[in-house]
Write a protein that binds this ligand. Structure first.
Ligand SMILES: *Cc1c(COP(=O)(O)O)cnc(C)c1O
Length: 398
């Protein structure tokens, strides 16, 4: 059994704060602060350029990728870290599409995160493909409908706004029957739900590490390619660190074997050191326990809000099997309500036009967080204290 009291203690959670926004930025693992300080003191300071070899900085993107692999149902040597998620989306979709050159359509859904859609639009324009976007519940049908013209199915497993979870295995099987490849974005899945890329027989996957994996703001993203494609996928961003021999300084590009080819340039060593430390806590976490606790927390929160907060409307699937680890509620003045809640020490976030969003991270959230947030939310709504001038003023990041 995973000891969630122990995992909670691994984080710095500020006094008086109930943090329900780990789906945007996970809190700081105490080990990360110490590890980064140690890296600065012992590695960068003392080793200088020799740190690439002596401290293992050069191998870090693969080594950290191996640590993360278990959390997404991937094997060792299949994941590499680097860049931002938007860039990893571009790399995965462009490589997948290049493996289906005779097909025109990249299919996604309107529940996807805009950056993924923007990247796919830009790629489609560059290579003469077409991005088609359908409603989330129409994806399966659209796969069959597009059929032999479908090159790539690009889907984010858990919808950032509603928490709706797609059936990865079923949609992948359907895309394969149509002869297409799949790219799964795990931004709201990795560290939140029991992802199993190998079991689902997916083709490509990408994700970020600053949400449920707690790697810190701007932590590097990851990319996975199924081993059956890893030596065939052609990177479009042909950076020197994905070259078979980066230090041969050839004038022509030759991809490195396997997933290593998806490296681009110099890795962010300091940020990845923080992420490496953030992954320590996962070593003793079972994904089955994680999923069970996530469901327990989201179910308790939904029941509490529905019993105590009239006027809030559930904006997430009611069936936990169809949901990730977050819950949304709608309120016509959602922005102001969330600001009032944050002022009382309960941090969630707001997504336009009217959604209050609450992420439940099983590693550090508990039933006390659920009860406290429900109580405060109910009081704010009952007293109408959200309707103050300052709670209506929009900040740049919501
Ligand atoms: C958070 C998120 C992103 C953010 O991409 P960055 O390049 O890391 O800023 C992209 N896609 C999805 C699905 C996300 O949830």
């Amino acid at each position: 059994m995973t000891d969630f009291t122990r995992t909670r203690r691994a984080f710095h959670l500020p006094q008086g704060i109930t943090y329900l926004d780990g789906n945007s930025l996970g809190p700081m693992p105490v080990a990360a602060r110490d590890r980064v300080a140690g890296m600065m003191r012992d590695e960068w300071s003392e080793l200088l350029i020799t740190g690439w070899n002596k401290a293992g900085w050069y191998a870090q993107p693969r080594r950290v990728g191996d640590r993360l692999a278990r959390l997404i149902g991937a094997g060792p040597g299949e994941v590499v870290m680097g860049d931002t998620l938007s860039i990893k989306v571009f790399q995965a979709v462009s490589a997948a599409r290049a493996m289906r050159p005779d097909r025109r359509v990249i299919l996604s859904d309107s529940g996807n995160f805009p950056s993924d859609l923007y990247v796919a639009q830009g790629l489609a324009r560059a290579v003469g493909a077409e991005l088609r976007v359908v409603a989330p519940e129409e994806v399966a049908e659209a796969i069959d409908h597009i059929g032999a013209d479908l090159a790539v199915l690009m889907i984010t497993e858990v919808d950032y706004r509603t928490g709706r979870r797609h059936d990865m295995a079923a949609l992948t099987a359907r895309a394969h029957r149509a002869g297409a490849l799949t790219v799964w974005d795990l931004a709201h899945s990795a560290g939140a739900v029991d992802v199993d890329l190998t079991g689902a027989d997916a083709d490509f996957a990408v994700g970020c590490t600053y949400k449920y994996l707690n790697g810190g703001p701007g932590a590097p993203a990851f990319i996975w390619i199924h081993p059956r494609h890893a030596d065939a996928a052609q990177p479009i961003l042909q950076g020197w660190m994905g070259h078979a021999e980066p230090f041969a300084f050839d004038l022509d590009y030759r991809p490195a074997p396997g997933i290593e080819r998806m490296r681009v340039g110099t890795p962010p060593v300091i940020a990845m050191t923080a992420l490496d430390a953030a992954l320590d806590v996962w070593d003793e976490v079972s994904l089955a326990d994680l999923r069970a606790r996530s469901i327990q927390l989201t179910e308790a929160f939904i029941a509490g809000v529905e019993a105590n907060c009239p006027g809030l409307v559930l904006n997430s699937p009611r069936d936990p099997a169809l949901r990730g680890s977050q819950v949304g509620f709608r309120h016509p003045q959602g922005y102001a309500v969330m600001q009032a809640l944050i002022a009382e020490g309960v941090i969630g976030d707001f997504r336009a036009p009217d959604v209050l969003r609450f992420g439940f991270a099983p590693l550090y959230n508990d039933l006390e967080d659920v009860n406290r947030s429900v109580d405060i939310l109910a009081r704010i709504l009952r007293e109408g204290s959200w309707d103050r001038e300052n709670f209506h003023q929009k900040a740049a990041v919501t």
